[in-house]
Design a protein around this ligand. Sequence first.
Ligand SMILES: [Zn+2]
Ligand SMILES: [Zn+2]
Length: 441
Amino acid sequence: MKTILLIDDDEICRKPAAEALRRAKWEVIEAVDGDQGVELAFKHRPDVILCDLLMPRSNGFHVCRAVRENPATKDTRIIVISGRDFPSDRQSAAEAGADDFLVKPVELAQLREALDKTTSMRGETKAPAATAPAPNPKPVADQSTVVKFWGVRGSIPTPGQTTVFFGGNTSCVEVRADGEIIILDAGSGIRPLGESLAAEFRGQPIEITLLITHTHWDHIQGFPFFLPAYDARNRVHILGYEGAREGLASTLAGQMESPYFPIALKQMPGNIVIEELKEMTFNVGTVRVEACFSNHPGVCVGYKLITSSGTIVYLPDNESFNENTDKAHGGALPRNLEKNIAEFIADADVLILDSQYSADEYKAHVGWGHGCVDDVVQIALNNRVKRLFLFHHDPAHDDRYVSNMLMHAREVAQKAGGSLRVEAAREGEQFVLTPRAVNAM
Ligand SMILES: [Zn+2]
Ligand SMILES: [Zn+2]
């Protein structure tokens, strides 16, 4: 006689199933919660476990894992039953070790069929899902370089009436250059960008390169909502560097694990390739890209895109250097980092730079890894930048505050003389770089 363990805290479901199985000549053991279920599984080593998912004292996923981890029960067949039918629950149950998944109410015939199927399985492994064929990407033909801001805020999305003008979405900038679609960071601004791309291409394959500066949440949190990643015709190539604790791929996948999000990164139907960069220079099509480590906690880079219409430097998270920064670090700051950043931005046509704090605010935020607007203007002036965009606006700064910071930045630039043009990045704003326009700036 075969033994089955029913683990379900809901007596109304458990009792009738137990009766029916006994009539069908099964030896039935019952458990009223996950912990008791695991205990009885180890004690009796049943042939099959029928397990509810949502239960007190250890849920069904935990039961599956515990049963699989114990050598004495690792081959026990497990059928999970749930009152809900989310694809992510099915996936998580399978990953935890379940052999089958039934949705309540379960008819007796359905249960018999599942038991027949499950008990006839002998250590089979599932065939891996077929890889979707690569799409035939359609190059986007355009001669000029177009830059559009989709998210300009730092730290956390800040919607509301007081941020309507500059915008509340976190870091995301779109660059169309030399036939490439390049996206800088995947903050919450990438969600409306994805909708815009889907509307523009209407089902034609899109090839996109997404450059990630670092995996702080405000730079990756929008990706789960990026529509083109859900279309198998599209190819999304994600590039970035290994983080301080984990690799790029595992960090990106981590924010989409089932405790946080219902769809796993690997379940997104688009052709998503994640590449952890080793070199600091590489090419996206004919666009030359250079990366530079910034003065920010963890591993964070800025990117320089050298296009046929000019050079764009994107450095969204970076603490500018001045005497306060030095004092806070006991005067021992590595000057080569400052020098590298200065060389990196030198002569840029466009510089998009972290300017989170006013000079007063910065005094209380030295060592936080974000820029002070006065220093940002100075570094742009010192390195002959043509056009500066203040970026990574503080969530506490309303439109009036950002406008005042911009006015101040322009005054500083004006007093210094020269031709530096200063703006504050604004969500939805777009500008075009052509060789002629670059020269005129
Ligand atoms: Zn940031
Ligand atoms: Zn950051």
